[in-house]
Design a protein around this ligand. Structure first.
Ligand code: GTP
Length: 315
């Protein structure tokens, strides 16, 4: 087995997550108490990946103070900053310069929470002698994704990026394995979309592109409701109704349920009822407030008796 490296694409603008992404890049938004990116870094480390490059652009300066050189996370972390966002393909080509190994590279979209077996995807890639292996999953409605067609051997025969009538419901699930030689065919320093340019070009030139189907938990966290779901699902998976971070104070008469996260040093007053929410660090929820599926920004004070559903406070 060659050494395994990874690139994490975390430079997008995250427009669908506004207003949450006005000041924080999507991958640094908190999910179950830590920046979303941390969940992916841990997944990469646990699959035997020894080095990862974060391909940053929007609010690039916010990543390194948190992740540093990766020592605290048990993996070597480097940064490749795009002054001007280079698109998903341009970002891969740019970030690959910072990798030291020579083995295949896992490339993660920075906004996918998935339980797929990354180690098995690497093994599949090697067993097939693939140039590129796409992790694929199945969805009911493929219109917002890249729908992929496969032949009997699992080789990708067509890649249809976001279309009205997708031919299959098997989609590109946002985690690829690329051999180094293939990365070096992506133009360097130019804006390139891996979905719209690189994949169709690879198919047109006869590259060995395979699809690895895994239908375990998968979620694109690109919208506020999906981000909230990701956080709730991770908390509920621990068997608890909520997660209270360090220094938070919760009145004994408050009810906290549905996978809620109570941020560091946040305060929840008497009789508050909070379900399925993400409450930011230092936020204060007034007595008797009833919040369902809401985001409350860091330090924001929600007045007493407020009743709200599916809402944002303080962004
Ligand atoms: P929206 O603006 O809401 O569509 O989100 P986005 O900007 O994140 O775009 P999209 O969801 O299509 O991006 C998929 C992944 O690629 C995300 O993890 C992005 O952070 C990342 N990404 C998108 N464009 C770039 C880019 O130009 N450079 C880098 N480094 N990453 C990018």
């Amino acid at each position: 087995m060659q050494n395994r490296s990874a690139i994490l694409l975390v430079g997008g603008r995250g427009t669908r997550l506004a207003p949450l992404t006005n000041n924080t890049p999507k991958p640094m938004l908190q999910v179950a108490g830590v920046p979303f990116t941390e969940h992916q870094i841990i997944k990469a480390r646990d699959a035997g990946i020894s080095e990862i490059v974060l391909a940053t652009s929007f609010k690039a300066e916010l990543f390194e103070p948190y992740f540093g050189d990766g020592t605290d996370f048990g993996i070597s972390i480097k940064y490749a900053v795009e002054e001007v966002a280079l698109g998903t393909g341009g970002a891969i080509s740019n970030a690959a310069q910072a990798l030291s190994g020579t083995g295949p590279v896992a490339i993660f979209n920075g906004d996918v929470l998935s339980g797929h077996d990354l180690g098995a995807q690497f093994d599949f890639h090697e067993a097939k002698g693939a140039d590129v292996t796409l992790f694929l999953t199945e969805v009911e409605d493929a219109r917002a994704f890249g729908a992929v067609e496969l032949d009997e051997s699992g080789r990708v025969s067509a890649f249809n990026e976001k279309m009205e009538n997708p031919p299959t419901n098997i989609i590109n699930a946002g985690c690829y394995i690329f051999n180094r030689e293939i990365i070096s065919t992506i133009p360097f320093g130019k804006v390139v979309s891996v979905e719209r340019e690189t994949f169709p070009n690879l198919l047109a030139t006869g590259a060995r592109v395979f699809g690895f189907i895994d239908t375990s938990y998968w979620l694109d966290i690109g919208t506020p409701s999906a981000l909230l779901k990701a956080s709730r699902d991770l908390v509920l998976a621990t068997g608890k109704e909520f997660m209270a971070l360090e220094g938070s104070k919760i009145s004994s008469s408050a009810s906290i349920t549905g996978g809620t996260v109570i941020g560091r040093s946040a305060q929840i007053a008497a009789d508050a009822q909070i379900s399925g929410c993400v409450i930011g660090d230092g936020a204060v929820i007034g007595a008797g407030a009833r919040l369902t599926d809401c985001f409350v920004a860091e330090g924001f004070e929600v007045p007493t008796q407020v009743i709200s559903f599916d809402n944002y406070f303080g962004f």
